[in-house]
Write a protein that binds this ligand. Sequence first.
Ligand SMILES: *Cc1c(COP(=O)(O)O)cnc(C)c1O
Length: 400
Amino acid sequence: MVRFDTQLIHGVDVKDNDTGAVNPPIYNSSTFAFKSVDDAPRWDYARSGNPTREFLERQIAQLEHGARGFAFASGLAAIHAVLSIFEPGDRIIVGDDVYGGTYSQINEHFHRWGILFDTVNTADLGQVRAAFERVEANGGHAKAIYFEGLTNPLLKVNDVERIAAIAHEHGSLVFVDNTFVTPLNQRPLDLGADLVLHSATKYLAGHSDVIAGLAVVKNEDLGNRIYFALNRLGGILPPLESDLVRRGLQTLSVRLERQQRNALKVARWLESNPLVDAVHYPGLASSPYHDVATRVLNGTGGVLSFEVRQGIDPADVLNNLRIFRLAVSLGAVESLAEYPARMTHFEVPREKRLAFGITDELIRLSIGLENVEDLIDDLDGAFAVAVRNEHAVRSTAVKA
Ligand SMILES: *Cc1c(COP(=O)(O)O)cnc(C)c1O
């Protein structure tokens, strides 16, 4: 079998017809004709399956080393389908800092359907073990644990292999959201996970031009349950979008390798900046997650966050960036900056947000493919405005 970078380009054979086209065609057909009533076509109705979506599903299954892949209309549609295999009364252990949309889907949707969730800090293995034991002490049994490989926006590293080992001792399934990590940097199924999920909107598609979700299972039994949810809940990825993700995947490693090289340079520059109090990036030697990252990840990704020092208004920094766009989302060719307290994490009550370490000074960056010196100059220019404004505020205060 060829290596990962070659798989990205050539992993699934394009031998759809004899034109010699190097890319698979996009099939915009909702239905497929039978040759006769006894001779059904390979695909009959495009919600159940179609060749464009299946190409992508085979791509991601191969890259994640799984038995079968599934493409959904969004990351949240994938998570919805996956969690819908459970029943009222089932208990699931969830990472306490999962993606906000996941958190509210669990709390505001699945909770109403009688699924019981226990949250735990998955970066602390002692707490993970205790969570399973607590469920069993109450006569229960956790059906699954759900967490993210790298968390948002503080970039904690979760040790998939060790968490999976604990979960399996307790007969529980292991579901990992691999959005921030990608199969380039870690393949959770090889480390014991039973199912891996992606918001393909982010690194896999990589160009901020499509919303998509993917799931890959380790075995066919789980695959049949996920396929039922895909087809019967109907949150499928359409053909045009499937093709955009297919094309994005081909450049995953060239993009992400540049992004993480740039991210490390930006992180080091921020770390040496007296206007910055803390930088959260596991690629930095000073990060408390550096050792675990070095052990379990091939790379630490292109997202980082930092806290400006007291007195600097983070809005002044964010409003004066010229290259970074002020936007949520991540993992695309262009660099994005955002303010978790007011943008991605505004729904989390302030006290809870602060307890998690998502302070009012925190800024998150998703580093793109631009020249890294330009990105640093951009941050430097925005900091300069923030410092001028700080002085102006102070001198007004003195006059008053
Ligand atoms: C964006 C994101 C999601 C949700 O994906 P959508 O494509 O926006 O529905 C889920 N998990 C993580 C980690 C994400 O970053």
